[in-house]
Design a protein around this ligand. Sequence first.
Ligand code: AMP
Ligand code: ZN
Length: 123
Amino acid sequence: MSNCIFCKIVAKQIPSSVVYEDEEFLAFKDIHPAAPVHFLIIPKQHVETLSDTAAEHVPVLGKMLALVPRLAQEQGCGLGKDAEGNVSGGYKTLINTGPDGGQEVYHLHIHVIGGPQPWRGQR
Ligand code: AMP
Ligand code: ZN
């Protein structure tokens, strides 16, 4: 897709802060972070929305979702244990789809949003 901003990021025609890259996927920091950690995971292949996926995309979707906990850990918002042994950390995983879903960029992406939330007084 010649006019797609995320395809341009994949092609390195537009700079981004890459957090992960392999043959099929790219992950990069969101330019307008909603939290201390906010990055996007995209397939390098252009797919407009989650609703444009079909059976052939199941492996891509599975691999993309499987990247979430791994990259969340690397980016500092994975699950851990606090001093009392309680589960700590964590993140939101979000796929906006279509106008009513708030999708702005029509190249499938997963938002991973997390990190310390000092305003909650937890850390
Ligand atoms: P969505 O509403 O799910 O389509 O979200 C698109 C996201 O892409 C927004 O959170 C934007 O801040 C982000 N975004 C748009 N352009 C760029 C860019 N050039 N580099 C990084 N993130 C971007
Ligand atoms: Zn694209």
